[in-house]
Ligand binder design. Structure first.
Ligand code: AMP
Ligand code: MG
Length: 353
């Protein structure tokens, strides 16, 4: 594990604000606090009454998802996980069923690198907590014991709403993908009400529909330089695209100068090492979110094969050495503020349309 990497990318994707007077009148942003983050909903040319109505609906829906999907606060997911640990079948709440089905497929595509069945490992590492975990990491024996149980989404059987697990070590935690799923739900609420031009930005992860004044939405990618945040790159986001970033810069465990990532490798039970961040663009927020996490686990050696297996062709991976790895489609649209010292364009995607 590298201590204090010199180059820490902070991929907080922010809207590049537009400031001219006419835009200021038609551009509005509402904020909701949920999932431990501020969610900005930015509208282009939508009247106030409609904005207020849709923000109220999205807010209510987000709060419900937050409660029903929370892995450690009392609620339906915790109850479900407790039943699975006892080896019992239990009814999954309606809102969890599509998550279980889709994340099972995504987990399979990622070769198990994205694995929402690793709740007990996240708990072992102290990441199922609102506080930053303190103290030494779990012992090698505890991690080996977890590895021996190898919980996976393939252990689950869903029969209607009835969920059972062949493996009592399966504990569901959708932290790597629920935000993407929720952003998709919010976009559907907007579209159902005839709103065509908006961005839903959940703490830097976002999905955009339509455009702003006929122009694509332009978003910035930032990273800190000392105490300052500096614009790192920008790109235009077209209709319906989601941009999701996973990384170690916001959540981690630190002990004796060693930083442990909150993204864990299900093959080893250990935090991922060597990747600062991965940004993925895809038309689905849920898929982009799951893939960004999977590609952090895949790392500089395996990200291309994993992306191809997951149907992802727009990726930027920044490794701990500051080397920027990109798929050609991503490279075509990202504009760096200062060119990275080392940029590697993948050839694995060369024959992709
Ligand atoms: P994200 O910020 O989307 O990459 O999600 C990171 C969160 O996903 C972590 O804080 C954990 O709750 C969870 N997680 C960590 N590693 C994995 C993994 N390999 N597969 C699925 N979820 C994970
Ligand atoms: Mg993710």
């Amino acid at each position: 594990m590298r201590a204090n990497p010199i180059f820490i990318l902070f991929c907080l994707v922010l809207l590049v604000a537009c400031t001219d007077g006419r835009n200021a009148v038609k551009l509005h942003t509402s904020q909701i606090f949920v999932f431990g983050t501020l969610v900005d909903i930015t509208f282009w040319d939508v009247d106030e009454a409609l904005r207020e109505r849709v923000v109220a609906v999205i807010s209510q829906d987000f709060q419900r998802m937050h409660h029903e999907w929370h892995p450690w606060n009392p609620g339906p997911l915790l109850t479900l996980n407790q039943a699975l640990a006892r080896g019992e079948a239990a009814e999954a709440p309606d809102s969890l069923i599509p998550l279980i089905i889709q994340s099972r497929d995504l987990s399979a595509q990622s070769g198990g690198l994205f694995n929402p069945a690793i709740g007990s490992l996240l708990q072992l590492w102290g990441f199922q907590s609102s506080e930053r975990p303190q103290g030494p990491p779990p012992s090698a024996e505890m991690i080996a014991a977890w590895r021996g149980q190898a919980p996976a989404m393939t252990d689950l059987e869903l029969d209607g709403r009835l969920l059972r697990s062949r493996n009592p070590a399966v504990q569901l935690d959708f932290g790597a993908y629920a935000k993407g799923y929720a952003v998709d739900v919010a976009i559907s609420h907007l579209q159902q009400r005839g709103i065509d031009n908006a961005i839903v930005n959940a703490g830097g992860d976002l999905r955009a529909i339509g455009s702003k004044d006929g122009q694509p939405w332009r978003i910035g990618i930032q990273h800190p330089q000392g105490e300052q945040e500096k614009l790192y790159a920008w790109l235009d986001v077209s209709a319906g695209e989601a941009v999701f970033t996973s990384g170690n810069y916001r959540r981690y465990r630190e002990d004796q100068g060693i930083r442990y990532s909150h993204i864990l490798d299900p093959r080893t039970g250990m935090p991922v090492d060597g990747v600062t961040s991965v940004t993925v663009i895809h038309h689905s927020g849920a898929i982009a979110d799951a893939a960004a996490t999977a590609l952090v686990v895949a790392g500089p050696e395996q990200w291309e094969a994993t992306a191809l297996a997951m149907g992802i062709d727009q990726v930027m991976l920044v490794d701990d050495g500051g080397v920027v790895h990109m798929s050609p489609k991503m490279q075509q649209r990202v504009h760096f503020q200062d060119a990275p010292a080392v940029l590697k364009i993948s050839e694995a995607f060369a024959d992709e349309p």
